[in-house]
Ligand binder design. Structure first.
Ligand code: NAP
Length: 313
């Protein structure tokens, strides 16, 4: 790392500290590129908010998401990766080295690996924003504990909704999963667990149209999408798991993206800008698993290493 004016000049700058970011850091560090990882606001990324990860190979009994994140970090740092508790706000990809402006300063990077991941979608209904943290939540691992012996509603029909709904049954007296269709998107095993759980019930073909409450959530307004019938359900918690949006806003206009905002990459994790790589959920609408994200992070770092080697010849 060297100072260039006030900007720190690094060979490899990695944006994001989830499985993608630290897998990239591990490979770049072992290639002796002294990568710098900017953590972003959530050290360990979304995986760190997951209570147990049961499908990451090597952990036959499962592993805590936060624990796995710490192991990734430790392993990358052992080979010289540097972690900076900092968040990138703006990038200039028009020339190399790329200029990245952060909360705490500025970096110049010969190579940039984007591992900024994705964030949970919101319903955008009245009351949702006002009651977030007062009954409305997007993270069962973070907030489930607050709902001990309370009634909770979960929105969504995918793996996240069922997995998180099952997790909340540890605390809540009841978990009502509200899904806009009558068929779940979630995998078969999760469906089986949720359907047979005594604390879980389902409301089908229904959307939540309002979060009700002043100081804290008191209930939700519902609408049956088939009959149009409206009703109110008392609840202490509203957990929303309706998919994710990639954290790629800051690259708009500079990198090619899909209509949904995923960065377009080739099989080498190269973007349309030479020297900029993207991996994990910022570029992947399909798999969104810890193992696939980590694999893409490693691939991005290998490609970055090859590029820097070729350029130094
Ligand atoms: P997802 O699979 O996209 O599911 C989102 C769910 O929310 C769908 O059921 C969808 O309904 C519903 N939904 C979307 N917008 C809505 C709205 N505005 N109002 C009401 N409902 C809405 O998202 P996810 O569950 O977060 O999973 C994302 C990816 O991560 C998937 O590939 C999943 O397999 C993976 N994942 C895997 C695990 C695991 O392996 N253990 C755990 C978590 C996530 P429709 O079904 O009608 O579209």
């Amino acid at each position: 790392m060297s100072d260039n004016g006030n900007a720190k000049h690094v060979k490899v700058l990695i944006l994001g500290s989830g499985p993608t970011g630290y897998a990239a850091a591990l490979y770049a560090a072992r290639a002796e590129l002294q990568p710098v990882v900017l953590t972003g606001t959530q050290l360990g990324g979304q995986a760190a908010l997951t209570y147990t990860i049961e499908n990451y190979p090597g952990f036959p009994d499962g592993v805590g998401g936060a624990e796995l994140g710490e192991l990734f970090q430790k392993q990358a740092e052992r080979f010289g990766a540097v972690t900076e508790f900092d968040t990138a706000n703006a990038v200039d990809l028009s020339k190399r080295p790329f200029r990245v402006t952060t909360d705490n300063g500025e970096y110049l990077a010969d190579v940039l690996i984007i591992a900024t991941g994705a964030s949970p979608n919101h319903l955008n209904i009245p009351g949702e924003a006002e009651l977030t943290g007062r009954g409305v939540s997007y993270c069962a691992t973070c907030d489930g504990w607050f709902f001990k012996d309370k009634k909770v509603v979960v929105v969504g029909g995918g793996d996240s909704a069922l997995e998180e709904g099952l997790f909340i049954t540890r605390y809540a007296s009841s978990v009502t999963i509200i899904h806009r269709r009558d068929t779940l998107r979630a995998g078969a095993i999760l469906q089986k667990h949720a359907m047979s759980h005594p604390k879980i019930k389902f409301i089908w073909d229904t959307v939540v149209t309002e979060a009700i409450g002043t100081d804290k959530l008191e209930g939700v307004k519902l609408r049956n999408v088939k009959t149009g019938e409206e009703s109110t359900l008392e609840t202490d918690g509203l957990f929303i798991f309706i998919g994710h949006t990639p954290n790629t806003q800051m690259f708009k206009g500079q990198l090619e993206m899909t209509d949904l905002g995923y960065i377009k990459v080739n099989e080498k994790m190269e973007t349309n800008v030479r020297g900029v790589f993207a991996a994990g959920e910022a570029a992947d609408p399909h798999f969104r698993q810890v193992i696939t994200s980590a694999g893409m992070g490693a691939a991005a770092a290998i490609s970055a290493t090859r590029l820097l080697e070729a350029e130094s010849e």
